[in-house]
Design a protein around this ligand. Structure first.
Ligand code: PAF
Length: 279
């Protein structure tokens, strides 16, 4: 596996691959890689001739400076994992390389980006679209891989690709969970052993709510989740919303959608965790 830090090096390596007619997959990441990322990389390796993995903690998508500073950075370990997964190129640029000048572009995909994370993290999706569109321009992949854990991000990126007519396929990949149910996240590294146990209540509640939903209304199911998280030690609910999986708009009745998804954000101490489940 090649490790490159500049767009020039990246594009030189890609030109060689393209000259051989190779299909290129891109897996954008912010590093601190875990088995969830590994599943994206392995899928890309299986479906393309070459896989580029970007490892870049994108400052423009953090609305909280503290969160940006605390975001784990583990490039050496990341490269070991990427090599094991069969990645072709790890692209780990500096902030100056990605943003030689401030990115003034504004992306707006309302109403997809005004609800849930968009409401609680103003500017977050604008930053995601800035960096992901830059990565698409730099790599020009045939396919790009994103996890369904960031359910809203995936919907917004699909919409960006549609509106900007990027000639590539977006591949959404299922959430990877620990054996006990906790959704894998780079932020889990920041949980103490006690918090790790407390955080388990998030996925437990989501799974239980799927059974509960079978005999209850949308409002009752929301209440079930809210009360379970409120009663769980160490957790603070930011939001739980039952939405249509395509429009991301809240539903009032199960009949409102054929694709109900429950999206949740919970603070465990200072660590902000997200998860989602299909009903
Ligand atoms: O999902 C992430 O890790 C990030 O939002 C992404 C897509 C790599 C953009 O920085």
């Amino acid at each position: 596996m090649e490790i490159v830090h500049t767009v020039r090096e990246l594009q030189a390596s890609l030109a060689a691959l393209r000259a051989q007619g190779k299909a290129v997959g891109l897996v954008p990441t912010m590093g601190a890689l875990h088995e969830g990322h590994a599943s994206l990389v392995k899928r890309s390796v299986a479906e393309n001739d070459a896989t580029v993995v970007s490892v870049f903690v994108n400052p423009t998508q953090f609305n909280d400076k503290n969160d940006l500073e605390k975001y784990p950075r583990t490039l050496d370990a990341d490269c070991v994992l990427l090599e094991q997964c069969g990645a072709t190129i790890a692209f780990a640029p500096s902030v100056e390389e990605v943003y030689p000048e401030p990115d003034m572009r504004q992306f707006s995909y309302a109403p997809l980006d005004t609800v849930m994370e968009g409401k609680y993290r103003p500017g977050h999706f604008n930053g995601v679209c800035q960096v992901v569109s830059k990565l698409f321009d730099m790599v020009k992949p045939d396919r790009a891989y994103f996890g369904e854990k960031d359910f809203q991000q995936l919907a917004i990126i699909r919409e960006m690709v549609r509106q900007m007519r990027f000639p590539l396929q977006i591949v959404g990949c299922p959430i990877v969970r620990e054996a006990d149910g906790l959704a894998l996240s780079s932020r889990n590294k920041r949980l103490s052993p006690e918090q790790r146990t407390q955080a388990l209540e998030i996925s437990r509640t989501l799974f239980a709510s799927v059974d509960y939903a079978k005999g209850h209304t949308v409002a009752e199911t929301c209440k079930f989740v809210e009360e379970a998280i409120a009663a769980a030690p160490g957790l603070r609910l930011e939001y739980f919303e039952l939405v249509d999986g395509n429009t991301l708009q809240s539903i009032a009745r199960w009949e409102d959608t054929a694709y109900p998804v429950g999206c949740i954000t919970v603070f465990c101490g200072e660590v902000r965790l997200i998860d989602n489940i299909k009903y």
